[in-house]
Design a protein around this ligand. Structure first.
Ligand code: NAP
Ligand code: G3P
Length: 473
C-alpha cells in the first residue's frame, strides 16, 4: 500500500503518527497517512491566520491563477485520484472519474461567479436620480480562516465545493476530510503544493473526527465553518461553536411521491437511479417512495424487474451496486430491513448481504411506525408506502425530521405546484429524482437536513462579508 505525504508548512511531509485506511471492499490497507495529534491543531490554525494577512490582499487574479493551476494538475492526475477515491470509498471507477471532472467544472464555474459578482464593488446612491448626497461603495471581502469538513461519499467534490470558494475569496482554509476520504484529501493537498500555493493557505488536517474533531471545531481562530455530513456531527458543531457563520449540509430522507397519472416507466427509472446509485449513499438519494394505491402493484413489479438488471460487485468492474462504506453501515441497513419486516413489510427483492455488499432491496407495505419510514438508510433500500389520499403523505412528511429534497411524479403541473407548496424541503423536483447537481443551483436543507445554502453563488456568499465605503458627493 502507499504511504502518502501531505502539504504542511510549505513542504510535503509525513509523520510517525499514522492513520491506516482500509478498503471497504477488501478490508486491505490501501493507504497510510500522516495523522495529527490534538496538540498540533492550534498551530495549524495559527499558521492559517498568519497566512490570511497576505493571501487576502494579493490581487484576486493571482488567487484565480492558483485555483486554475490546481484544477489543471488535478485533471492531469485524474486516474491517480480516481483510483484513490475508488479504493477508499468503494465508489465505482467511472463514477469516481465523473466526480473529479464535475469538481473541475465546479472550479471554473466558481471563478466565473466570483469575477461576476464578488470582485467589482457595487455602488448605491442615497439619491439615484441626482447621484448627490451619500454614496455607498460595497465590496465583498474574505472572513479569515474557514474550516471545511467533508463527508466520505464525495471526497473530492464535497471538499472542493468548500475549499475553492473559500480560497478564491481570500480566506485561508483548514480542511478536515473524512477518514475514508483522506487519501483523496492528501492527493488534493499535493496538487495544491504542485500548484505552488503559498504556505499555510490550505491546511489539511488528517485524523479521526472522533479523536481530534472537537479540538478542531472549538478553535477560536475559526471565522466560518462549512460542514457536510451527518446530523449528529452537524448538531454537535452547532452546539459547540458560537457567533461564527455556519453552513451545515446534513442528512436527508428524500421522498418520491408518485401520483396515479405519473409516467410509470419514467418514475421507475428515476427511483432506481435516484435511490440506488452509489448504493444509496447520497444525501439526495430517494429514501422513501409514496405511490398511489391504484398503481402500487404495477409500480412495484416494474421496479423489481429493473432492480434485477443491476450488477452487484466490485468497483473496478463498475458494478451498479458496490460495497457500503463500512460493516456498521451494513448492520444499520440490515436492522432497518428486519424492523420493517417484523412490523409487516413485504420483502420484494434483496435483503441479503455479502461482506459489505447489501443487495439492492425493495420493501413494500411500509407503514409510518417502521424505523425506515424516517430513518436515513444510506444504503440500497427502496421502501414503498401505498397511499390513497396524497394529503396523508403531506401530513406524514410534515412530521419528518428531514427536509432536504423531494420529488413528485405527475403529469399535472398544477397538482405538482399545489403539493410542492405544502412540502417543507430545500428543493422539490418535478418528474425527476432529487439531486445536488447542477452545482450552480442552490442546494440546501431545512430541519435536520441543514442550515445555510450551498451551490456556486451561495458558497461564495457564505464565505464572504460586505465591507462598505461611504462618501458624500
Ligand atoms: P459524518 O460521520 O457526520 O462525518 C462527516 C465529517 O465530520 C467527517 O469528515 C468526519 O470525520 C467529521 N467528524 C466526525 N466527528 C467529528 C467531530 N466531533 N468534530 C468535527 N468533525 C467530525 O458523515 P459521513 O458518514 O462522512 O457522511 C454521511 C452523512 O453525511 C449522511 O448522513 C449523509 O446524509 C450526510 N451527507 C449530507 C450531504 C448534504 O449535502 N446534505 C452530502 C453528503 C453526505 P471522520 O470521517 O474522521 O469521522
Ligand atoms: O450526498 C452528496 C450530495 O452532494 C449528492 O450529490 O449530485 O449525487 O445528488 P448528487
Amino acid at each position: 500500500m502507499t504511504k502518502y505525504k501531505i502539504f504542511f508548512n510549505n513542504q510535503m511531509v509525513t509523520f510517525d503518527n499514522a492513520l491506516e485506511i482500509r478498503s471497504p471492499e477488501t478490508n486491505e490497507v490501501v493507504g497510510i497517512l500522516p495523522a495529527f495529534k490534538k496538540n498540533q491543531i492550534d498551530s495549524i490554525f495559527e499558521n492559517a491566520e498568519k497566512a490570511f494577512e497576505t493571501w487576502s490582499t494579493i490581487p484576486h487574479q493571482k488567487r484565480i491563477d492558483y485555483m486554475m493551476a490546481f484544477g489543471k494538475i488535478m485533471l492531469d492526475n485524474k486516474e491517480e485520484l480516481a483510483k484513490a477515491l475508488t479504493s477508499e470509498v468503494a465508489k465505482n471507477y467511472s463514477d469516481s472519474i465523473k466526480e473529479i471532472e464535475r469538481s473541475y467544472d465546479y472550479i471554473v464555474e466558481t471563478i466565473d461567479e466570483y469575477k461576476k459578482n464578488f470582485v467589482k464593488p457595487k455602488v448605491q446612491y442615497d439619491n439615484p436620480q441626482t447621484k448627490k448626497g451619500k454614496v455607498s461603495y460595497q465590496k465583498k471581502v474574505a472572513l479569515g480562516v474557514v474550516l471545511a469538513i467533508s463527508p466520505f461519499n464525495y471526497p473530492v467534490n464535497l471538499s472542493l465545493s468548500k475549499i475553492i470558494p473559500a480560497l478564491v475569496l481570500g480566506n485561508t482554509v483548514v480542511f478536515k476530510p473524512a477518514t475514508q476520504g483522506s487519501i483523496s484529501g492528501a492527493l488534493l493537498s499535493k496538487y495544491f503544493y504542485e500548484a505552488n500555493l503559498p504556505a499555510n493557505v490550505l491546511n489539511i488536517v488528517i485524523g479521526r473526527g472522533s479523536e481530534i474533531g472537537d479540538e478542531i471545531i472549538e478553535n477560536k481562530r475559526i471565522k466560518m465553518i462549512s460542514f457536510t455530513g451527518g446530523v449528529d456531527i452537524g448538531n454537535r458543531i452547532a452546539e459547540k461553536t458560537s457567533s461564527i457563520p455556519l453552513v451545515l449540509e446534513m442528512g436527508g430522507n428524500d421522498p418520491a411521491i408518485i401520483l396515479k397519472d405519473a409516467n410509470l416507466n419514467a418514475a421507475v427509472n428515476n427511483v432506481v437511479k435516484g435511490g440506488l446509485s452509489y448504493s444509496g449513499q447520497r444525501c439526495t438519494a430517494i429514501k422513501i417512495v409514496f405511490v398511489h394505491k391504484s398503481i402500487a402493484n404495477e409500480f412495484t413489479n416494474k421496479l423489481v424487474e429493473e432492480v434485477k438488471k443491476l450488477s452487484v460487485g466490485s468497483t473496478i468492474n463498475n458494478s451498479d451496486i458496490t460495497p457500503l462504506i463500512s460493516s456498521s453501515s451494513v448492520q444499520w441497513a440490515t436492522k432497518l430491513i428486519t424492523d420493517a419486516i417484523d412490523k409487516g413489510a413485504n420483502l420484494e427483492i434483496g435483503g441479503n448481504t455479502q461482506g459489505n455488499i447489501l443487495y439492492p432491496t425493495v420493501l413494500s407495505g411500509i407503514k409510518n411506525d417502521m424505523m425506515i419510514f424516517d430513518g436515513e438508510q444510506f444504503a440500497p433500500i427502496i421502501p414503498i408506502v401505498e397511499f390513497d389520499n396524497v394529503q396523508t403523505v403531506i401530513d406524514d412528511l410534515h412530521n419528518s425530521l428531514y427536509g432536504l429534497q423531494a420529488c413528485i411524479f405527475t403529469q399535472n403541473h398544477k397538482e405538482f405546484v399545489r403539493i410542492a407548496n405544502k412540502l417543507n424541503y430545500g428543493s422539490i423536483n418535478w418528474n425527476f429524482a432529487s439531486s445536488r447537481g447542477p452545482d450552480k443551483f442552490p442546494f440546501l436543507g431545512v430541519k435536520n437536513s441543514g442550515f445555510g445554502t450551498q451551490g456556486i453563488y451561495w458558497a461564495l456568499e457564505s464565505m464572504s462579508r460586505m465591507k462598505t465605503y461611504v462618501v458624500e458627493k
